[in-house]
Ligand binder design. Sequence first.
Ligand SMILES: Nc1nc2c(c(=O)[nH]1)N[C@H]1C(S)=C(S)[C@@H](COP(=O)(O)OP(=O)(O)OC[C@H]3O[C@@H](n4cnc5c(N)ncnc54)[C@H](O)[C@@H]3O)O[C@H]1N2
Ligand code: MOO
Length: 560
Amino acid sequence: MTSTDPDPAASCDAAVVVAGGGARRLGRDKPEVVIGGRRLLDAAVAAAGGAPTVVVGPPRAVPAGVAVVREDPPGGGPLAAIAAGLAAVPPGARTIAVLAADLPDVEASDLARLAALRAATDAPVALAEDRHGRAQYLLAVWDAAALRAAVAGIDSAAGGPVRAIVPPDAPRLRLPLADVDTPGDLARAEASPLAVRRLLRATLPALPAAGGPPVLGSVLAEPLAAAAPFPPFDQSAMDGWAAAGPPPWRAVDGATLAGHAAPPLAVGAAVRIATGARLPAGADRVIRDEEISRDGPLLTCIDPGRNDVRPAGSAWPAGAVLAPAGTAVDPVLISLATAAGVDAVAARGPVRIRLHSSGDEVGATGGAGLPETAWGPVAATFGAVGCEVLRGPHLPDAPASFRAALLPDGADVVAIIGATGRGAADRLRGALSETGATLLVDGVDVRPGGSLLVATVPDGPIVLGLGGNPMAAMLGAALLARPVRAALLCEAPRAAELLPLADANLDDRWRMLPVEPDGAGRWRVPATVATPHLRDAVARRAVALVPPLARPGDLAERLA
Ligand SMILES: Nc1nc2c(c(=O)[nH]1)N[C@H]1C(S)=C(S)[C@@H](COP(=O)(O)OP(=O)(O)OC[C@H]3O[C@@H](n4cnc5c(N)ncnc54)[C@H](O)[C@@H]3O)O[C@H]1N2
Ligand code: MOO
């Protein structure tokens, strides 16, 4: 059995990963295929979220703590694999995820949603279906007893279809799953926006960490530890009276205001005190104004059990870890660091992006000229995720101008709008190949996004090529900004913000679209979006990454 302790993040008590071979059409051992910088087997294991996991199939390298068992007979098919896996999961498991090692985009959140669906419907199993509505029997969460009974109830596990053990009315969750059956599927899966983002996170090199005052847009490279306790001294939590000893108290003239030292208080005395003020020496409690009763010069309190003193260090002691490495430095974190007496942190970033527009016609006067309309919205898109955007010179359609743009100058990223479409105006690819750049991403399978490009220049910047059409450029920036920043600054992964859609995507492709709330909890999706201008993005609240063939009610990730 596995030695992995169940992780509180895991949505199931155990997972069985079906990782047989026999991918005839692909001609490769599927679980070992790498898509988006991640082996398909590792995608399945990661989706289990740390639950005890059994991989069923031929011997393979697996992460520590994961067990590998063989189905009987070897190559006996997925039902035999489930039976073998089931025999090896901890006997106390009450819910078991069953998934195949051929799902490039599967995430722990998918299993969490399946587990929630199964629990809410009290069904023996909840399974995924693909965008065409086809059941995916090998992406399911089972009630363990139901799975054991179903497997025990069949004559011979070997050779049978998994469908044979799944009730026909089992609840299903539609997920944008990529097929990886043919070399064509593989190429498409590698270009999917999800795979491209993972690849960027896995391969772009992190910036060095440096110490200094916390800067907006950077990311903590080390945990934020309090230099001082909070509050730094015993203080009043309310406007009221500071009192010494048991009631009644004699009211003393004056008041203890925040920021001012107060004379010591004798036993039996009370003095007015303001919220946040340091407790006078001798005082041992604070009674808020609403709880004071007065009898001539004497004061008593209504509730003897209440004390509105906020003791020194009661929120946190010195040395307490207030935020882990990987946390974004935003105004809240800067406030917290100040409250904790921290004036220097170890951090990476912010990411500095030199952003260029390009093209002879852009900004030119005369009959063939077009106004420059992309730089501002693209800069704002990068800026919104905390990147620092510097204005690079406009690049005319000449090889030398592109070569010059790729030279290192302290910017971490060079982003170029236009000239990336592989057409007559594509100056970027030529300049990149002259520098010996590595093309990490050459087109993303999302609309618009066919001309998105990401490259690394040796000893130079990371290069982002954004399609020249202003809408394509802005939406491309929305797709790349967060993963590029996360990779360069080692930002901790964060759950996606998911928007329920009001409208369908009739296109069998991923789309990036400006969306707007419908006022009833869903988001309206425009049927068409023109790319040469931003008319279809005017006053739109968000940009969504809409799955292929999404239906109303399906979820789309918010990109911006
Ligand atoms: N045969 C094909 N042609 C095109 C395809 C295709 O798949 N096959 N894709 C189209 C798409 S989609 C896009 S996006 C562009 C991408 O091409 P480039 O990145 O090379 O962009 P350019 O040719 O430089 O410009 C395209 C278009 O956008 C205007 N532009 C460029 N920069 C700006 C700016 N800063 N402000 C305003 N407008 C700008 C430029 O004048 C062109 O009209 O390719 C399509 N073609
Ligand atoms: O290449 Mo375009 O970026 O699909 O609009």
